[in-house]
Design a protein around this ligand. Structure first.
Ligand code: IMP
Length: 496
């Protein structure tokens, strides 16, 4: 009998609530610990946090806020490939060193056209044909905006012309461009190919330089542009990936509910063969699944079947793996390929547990859905409490909007709601204000944990951390406060 049970029931699975990090001798000041981590061998994070590729969590706004603080957002794919690529481009353009393909207009455009664009951009390069690498003829700055009739007045009457611009040439370094900005006291350096063709190659903006000082910890690429990722499915992944890469995406996530399957493995192989881009594969929860994705070429593997706050996979299908055990099993199988612990983060302590188990980063959905930057709808209840919507990508609503292929179900857009089997719910979470404040608490908790364990770096923490397993069902009760809360702590809201 025991043998039969062993054969059928593989092992005991533990959730984050079932374990606690063991405190170790420490000389560490939590304020001095470094939480930088590797997302892949090529991409470094300043904080080990990704935001989930969900349509109520990650679009450009949240991805920008997260990257400014050192993490990385994964833009969801419940949009057309073009729109998703535009969200990626918004992040890449937000704060940059060299802005390639800036928004441009032609001298024949009206001032009204410029105003439409200028809600977001302070100076618009003007090229002869209006294209982003056409012949540079001028720059329309905010000082050029005196006009009589914006609908008929054209830009050529007002723009600062080529001879008065700060120009430099392809090949200039960012430091040199910054120096030119400082010396000229102007807002932009315009980089062209040569004096003959004057084709616009990129621009460098003073405003971006200033932002670099404001956010010294941001997660950036070699050109000092914020990093961002984007999700693809197993159907239209190739065309989508092409557009995302063109828009500057740093990493592509082949995002499915069951990564250990043929079409996911094939998609990863195909993407690695055709593009020079980092790929994260997922989700898996086993040694075999992890090994299969790594063999296919994944640069990192995402782990989690069923721990998500809006997830009903375990209830609807009976399939899943308690997240702490799943992370540990996959970390052991992955060797030096990074593991991302996806879903089930309820508190900062869960981040510490995931990283201590060996994950290089966590992916967060629910804890970010209530931030100002998340795209979910704001809901005000009758008793004036403010919430934001948060729904699973396997909920009926999200699947009807395009995510059905994450669950290997119907082709997006088909109006057959009755044929969809939901693996997620549509809900709401309390509105919690700016992401940055929330991140401060989450990272603060992780740093404190590293202090308790005497670890200065993520690498050291992963090596040193050991755990105590609590008696089932008891740890959670003993760990939580057991009095009526008078005042919410910023990292322990009353709803818990
Ligand atoms: P959370 O941080 O606990 O809210 O979990 C977020 C994670 O849940 C995402 O990154 C996905 O991996 C996963 N997820 C998203 N939508 C669904 C769903 O509808 N069903 C199951 N899992 C989901």
């Amino acid at each position: 009998m025991a043998k039969l049970i062993e054969r059928k029931i593989e092992k005991l699975g533990l959730t984050y609530d079932d374990i606690l990090l063991r405190a170790e001798y420490s000389e560490m000041d939590p304020a001095k610990v470094n939480v930088a981590s590797n997302l892949t061998k090529k991409i470094k994070l300043k904080i080990p946090i990704l935001s989930a590729a969900m349509d109520t969590v990650t679009e450009a706004k949240l991805a920008i806020a997260l990257a400014l603080d050192g993490g990385l957002g994964i833009i969801h794919k419940n949009y057309s490939a073009e729109r998703q690529a535009e969200e990626v481009a918004l992040v890449k353009r937000f704060e940059s060193g060299f802005v390639e393909k800036p928004l441009t207009l032609s001298p024949a455009n009206t001032l009204r056209d410029a105003r439409e664009i200028n809600k977001k951009y302070s100076g618009i390069p003007i090229t002869k044909d209006g294209s982003s690498n056409g012949r540079l003829v001028g720059l329309l700055t905010s000082k050029d905006y005196y006009f009589d009739d914006p609908d008929t007045d054209t830009i050529d009457k007002y723009m600062t012309t080529f001879d008065d611009l700060v120009i430099d040439y392809e090949g200039i370094t960012l430091e040199q461009a910054n120096q030119r900005l400082k010396e000229s006291k102007k807002g932009k350096v315009l980089i062209i190919d040569n004096d003959k063709d004057r084709r616009l190659m990129s621009i460098v903006c003073r405003r971006d330089l200033e932002k670099n000082y404001d956010y010294p910890n941001s997660c950036k690429d070699e050109n000092k542009r914020l990093r961002v990722g984007a999700a693809v499915g197993v159907r239209d992944y190739k065309d989508r990936a092409g557009l995302l890469i063109k828009a500057g995406v740093d990493v592509i996530v082949v995002d499915t509910a069951h990564g250990h399957s043929k079409n996911v493995i094939d998609a990863i192989k195909d993407l690695k063969k055709n593009f020079d881009i980092n790929i994260i594969g997922g989700n898996v929860a086993t040694k075999d699944g992890t090994e299969a994705l790594i063999e296919a070429g994944a640069d990192a593997v995402k782990v989690g079947i069923g721990p998500g706050a809006i997830c009903t996979t375990r209830i609807v299908t009976g399939v899943g793996s308690p997240q702490a055990s799943a992370v540990l099993e996959c970390v052991e199988a992955a060797g030096d390929i990074p593991i991302i612990a996806d879903g089930g983060i309820k508190y900062s302590g869960d981040i510490a547990k995931a990283i201590g188990l060996g994950a290089n980063a966590v992916m967060i959905g629910g804890l970010f859905a209530g931030t100002n930057e998340a795209p979910g709808e704001t809901v005000i209840t009758e008793d004036h409490r403010v919430y934001k919507s948060y729904r699973g990508m396997g909920s009926i609503g999200a699947m009807m909007d395009g995510s059905a292929d994450r669950y290997f179900q119907t082709i997006p857009g088909e109006p057959n709601v009755k044929k969809l089997v939901a693996e997620g719910i549509e809900g709401m979470v309390p509105a919690i204000g700016p992401l940055a404040d929330h991140l401060y608490q989450l990272i603060g908790g992780l740093k404190q944990a590293m202090g308790y364990c005497g670890a200065k770096t993520i690498d050291e923490f992963q090596k040193k951390a050991t755990f105590i397993q609590a008696m089932p069902g008891t740890a959670s009760h003993e760990s939580h406060p057991r009095v009526d809360i008078l005042k919410d702590a910023p990292n322990y809201p009353r709803r818990t």
